[in-house]
Design a protein around this ligand. Structure first.
Ligand code: PLP
Length: 409
């Protein structure tokens, strides 16, 4: 029987000692209907500012951490922050308008001119743009390292290193990095570790449990899960989150999440682990089908025995998630032909949606080069790579669509 003695706490502030299960907290944590006319769903507060009965009350709200104005405070958004923090096992959380806004807020708040940031050599393409083109303009040195060999970290860290940042699973190849091994190396040199856990979501992987200090999510992906809004989140210790909130959000980026988006993301979050189970089961089935297909040269899916990160994935992830990458013997041109034959899967960037989304990074990169000459594929991403975000459709329909598209190319 579930222990319900924590139900009193769940509705208040984050309580990590709660015995309640992940799904119960994903549905109830930090929302007390008694405070909101007994509404079962959290109201959406569409207000830009807050009025006060007296100047003294106004002062008290300011002392509470800028609860004066909706850039820094909104009751709907606060529920989402507390719920996400609880699900990640973090002391505090901050939500922002997009995943990129979360990354910008993180690095521009914690690093200054002359500081150094160590990153894994492969990252989401716009994070690459930020670290290669954005941060150096502000005098922040970025040091790319192959973190699949955590031993390489020690030589990359100097006394100016402030943060180690990486994704796992890594976009777009779904490579796996060992969170515990990297955190151990970084902490030995007193450097903090931030993990972009977007590809997994807290239903499958909680990096803080493996020693990371901070977690970043694009809420646009699995956590919202329905492809109808953008959002980002940062989760970690209360002191760092206070800095990210008080300087980062308030005046460095001002990248506030809309309360309507917070509502949608709270709604999506309720079904997160159900969805992740289906995404993962279908992706594994599709990965196995592709691995056995004569037109397919390679498949990368963390829960395939052939994946180089299989053991680490099994250690730090509950399931493999819905993201996989594969390449065809027919290469770049074959990828384009195969994608054009698809009838059910949607050709689109983004991921973590109920709809299956498929995309060919090399095609988009070539198209982008017409407007940005220096555009290039991230390290480790080949011209043949196809990335697939497996959705929630019937898996047999997805397999049939892929198989008809893979007819001799
Ligand atoms: N991190 C990862 C791993 C991503 O895949 C993305 C977007 O695709 C982002 C961050 C950026 O998130 P957003 O699109 O919400 O800005």
């Amino acid at each position: 029987m579930t222990d319900t003695s924590d139900l009193g706490d769940i509705r208040g502030h984050a309580d990590h000692s709660s015995n309640l299960g992940f799904d119960t907290r994903a549905i109830h944590h930090a929302f007390d209907p008694a405070g909101f006319s007994r509404a079962v769903k959290p109201p959406v507060f569409l207000t830009s500012t807050y009025g006060f009965e007296s100047v003294a009350e106004n002062d008290a709200a300011a002392a509470l951490g800028g609860r004066l104005y909706a850039r820094e405070y909104n009751p709907t958004t606060e529920i989402l922050e507390q719920r996400l923090a609880n699900l990640e096992g973090a002391e505090a959380g901050l939500v922002l308008s997009t995943g990129m806004a979360a990354f910008g807020t993180l690095v521009l708040s914690l690093l200054s001119q002359g500081d150094e940031l160590v990153v894994h050599k492969t990252l989401y393409s716009n994070t690459v743009a930020m670290v290669e083109q954005g941060l150096p303009r502000f005098g922040i040195k970025v040091v790319p390292v192959d973190l699949s060999e955590p031993g390489k970290l020690n030589a990359a860290i100097t006394e100016r290193t402030r943060l180690v940042y990486f994704e796992t699973p890594v976009n777009p190849l779904s490579a796996i990095l060992d969170i515990a091994a990297i955190a151990e190396q970084a902490h030995a040199r007193k450097v903090k570790v931030a993990v972009d856990s977007t590809f997994a979501s807290p239903a499958l992987q909680r990096p803080l449990e493996y020693g990371a200090d901070l977690v970043l999510h694009s809420l646009t992906k699995y956590i919202n899960g329905h492809g109808d809004t953008l959002g980002g989140a940062l989760l970690g210790d209360a002191e760092t989150l206070h800095t990210l909130h008080e300087t980062g959000l308030r005046y460095i980026t001002g990248a506030t999440l809309s309360p309507l988006s917070a509502f949608l993301i709270l709604r999506g979050l309720k079904t997160l682990s159900l969805r992740m189970e289906r995404h993962s089961a279908s992706a594994l089935k599709i990965a196995r089908m592709l691995e056995a297909h004569p037109a397919v040269a390679w498949v990368s899916y963390p829960f395939l025995e052939s994946h180089p990160g299989f053991a680490t994935a099994r250690k730090q992830m509950a399931q493999g998630s819905g993201m996989l990458a594969f390449g065809l013997h027919a290469g770049f041109d074959g990828a384009r032909t195969m994608m054009d034959r698809l009838k059910l899967l949607t050709r689109a960037v983004s991921l973590g949606d109920a709809d299956s989304l498929i995309y060919h990074p090399a095609s988009l990169m070539r198209a982008r080069q017409s407007i940005r000459k220096d555009a290039q594929l991230a390290d480790g991403v080949g011209e043949e790579l196809i990335r697939l975000s497996v959705g929630l459709e019937d898996v047999n329909d997805l397999i049939a669509d892929l198989q008809q598209a893979l007819q001799p190319l």
